[in-house]
Design a protein around this ligand. Structure first.
Ligand SMILES: Nc1nc2c(ncn2[C@@H]2O[C@H](COP(=O)(O)OP(=O)(O)OP(=O)(O)O)[C@@H](O)[C@H]2O)c(=O)[nH]1
Ligand SMILES: [Mg+2]
Length: 198
């Protein structure tokens, strides 16, 4: 059965030292380098243009943003890493914020985004190592698939996963065209309402 986003609403933003909202049974966090398309993916999944703030300039999302879907579970937009122009103090703050959040035990699944056109960076590999270290279930998503010819997308997405050191599979996704959206919705369905027969 396909999963549908019936409603999506912003709950709160959290920074260093802020209290996080009351946990729900599921919390899917979206991670990846700055500008990879995290906020855009949330908007595209929810079918809402301006739910999460996006920008062509990296470093747009600075706080942990909680969105409640179907009044049931959180989809969480996180600030990106690897934004070279960010001042050192800000990068350190990012590290503390992310470390505290990801080690909190409340994240039940991570969507890790990588750009379908680029090799994963050292920071991508570090983030992936972190996910494995904490043992958090994850799905790899190769973003901006519309930038590649259709015939190359699947292979490029899988190659990116492999370069990250993961099993060679990533969902090729485009927030512009909706490519990969159905597949990702199915994954959400499997996470928040697993088939009891399986
Ligand atoms: N062509 C194309 N552009 C995209 C896609 N997804 C995002 N973008 C563009 O990439 C830029 C960054 O998108 P965001 O969603 O703000 O990226 P982010 O990962 O949230 O970035 P930070 O908040 O800075 O960490 C924007 O200009 C988007 O329009 C996509 O699937 N295809
Ligand atoms: Mg963002």
């Amino acid at each position: 059965m396909g999963f549908t986003v019936k409603s999506a609403r912003f709950i709160t933003s959290a920074g260093l030292g802020s209290e996080l909202p009351e946990p729900r049974p599921h919390e899917i966090a979206v991670v990846g380098k700055s500008n990879v398309g995290k906020s855009s993916l949330i908007n595209s999944l929810c079918g809402r243009n301006k739910l999460a703030k996006t920008s062509a300039t990296p470093g747009k999302t600075k706080l942990i943003n909680f969105f409640l879907l179907n009044e049931e579970f959180y989809l969480v937009d996180l600030p990106g890493y690897g934004y070279a122009a960010a001042p050192k103090a800000e990068q350190e703050k990012w590290g503390k914020l992310m470390e505290g959040y990801l080690s909190s035990g409340r994240v039940s699944h991570i969507y890790m985004l990588i750009d379908i056109r680029h090799e994963p960076t050292a920071l991508d590999r570090q983030m992936f190592g972190y996910i494995i270290y904490y043992g958090i279930p994850y799905t790899l998503i190769a973003t901006k698939a519309d930038k590649l010819a259709k015939s190359k997308r699947k292979q490029a997405a899988n190659a990116a996963a492999k370069l990250l050191g993961a099993p060679p599979y990533a969902i090729a996704y485009s927030s512009e065209t909706g490519d990969g959206r159905e597949e990702l919705l199915e994954r959400i369905g499997a996470i928040v309402a697993p088939d009891p027969e399986e």
